[in-house]
Design a protein around this ligand. Structure first.
Ligand SMILES: CC(C)(COP(=O)(O)OP(=O)(O)OC[C@H]1O[C@@H](n2cnc3c(N)ncnc32)[C@H](O)[C@@H]1OP(=O)(O)O)[C@@H](O)C(=O)NCCC(=O)NCCS
Length: 197
């Protein structure tokens, strides 16, 4: 369906966002980074759903991340346990503070399906450090394309950060979804800058 020009009503109980898809077709130059001795990025094999969801919520609550919250534990184990899916935890001072998920479901490609830090770590250089590691891991595999997407509900700096990382925007979509605060997946107090209507 083509969205008509002008304003379009969004039903109450729904969120709407603009999604930008980005890709890189070759390994980019490494960007300057700062690092701290306590930072690490480690692969987590077959993550425990309870552990994973607690971290996912800490990172994504303010950005209305909901997709993983809709899955049963069994479904989540299936997604995260797939041999084509890799989950990495970013730790600072021994605490899980970030998540990188790499999806190798398409031959020759890698999609960064989730990338984020908890609010306390945003803006201190940990994002650039984590992206440099993610790019290293992804391009150490026989891929020809690395992709990801971000939406206007995500951190406002995310799109620019990805462009500076070497990703090129190539597609824009509108996403309408049940508001996870209206369905009870997230607290009503999440993302107060996006009122529940
Ligand atoms: C998107 C996200 C990962 C970006 O990370 P960030 O923490 O904002 O970015 P950083 O602070 O690491 O880096 C931003 C820039 O500032 C620089 N910087 C930050 N702190 C610095 C410091 N103390 N000294 C020098 N440089 C610094 C970084 O090197 C980087 O530079 P560059 O982009 O020009 O290479 C982060 O905002 C986030 O997790 N947001 C919440 C979840 C989210 O919205 N995820 C995106 C969903 S798709």
């Amino acid at each position: 369906m083509i969205i008509p020009d002008g304003y379009s009503d969004v039903p109450s109980g729904k969120t709407v966002s603009i999604v930008t898809h980005l890709e890189m077709l070759e390994r980019p130059p490494v960007r300057a980074e700062r690092s701290e001795a306590s930072w690490s990025l480690s692969k987590v094999d077959a993550p425990d759903p309870g552990w994973y969801l607690a971290l996912f919520r800490r990172i994504g609550e303010d950005w209305l991340w909901f997709s993983r919250l809709q899955l049963s534990d069994e479904e989540l184990r299936g997604v995260l346990g797939s041999p084509l899916h890799e989950t990495y935890v970013f730790e600072a001072q021994g605490q899980g503070e970030g998540l990188v998920e790499l999806d190798f479901g398409v031959e020759g490609e890698c999609d960064v399906s989730f990338f984020g830090l908890t609010p306390a770590l945003v803006g201190c250089g940990a994002g650039r450090w984590m992206m440099n590691r993610a790019i290293e891991i992804a391009w150490s595999r026989p891929i020809r394309r690395l992709s990801l997407h971000t939406c206007t509900l995500d951190h406002p700096g995310a799109l620019g950060f990805y462009v500076r990382s070497g990703f090129v925007p190539y597609r824009r979509q509108v996403e309408v979804a049940d508001d996870p605060r209206a369905t009870g997946l997230l607290p009503r107090t999440s993302a107060p800058w996006v009122p529940v209507l």
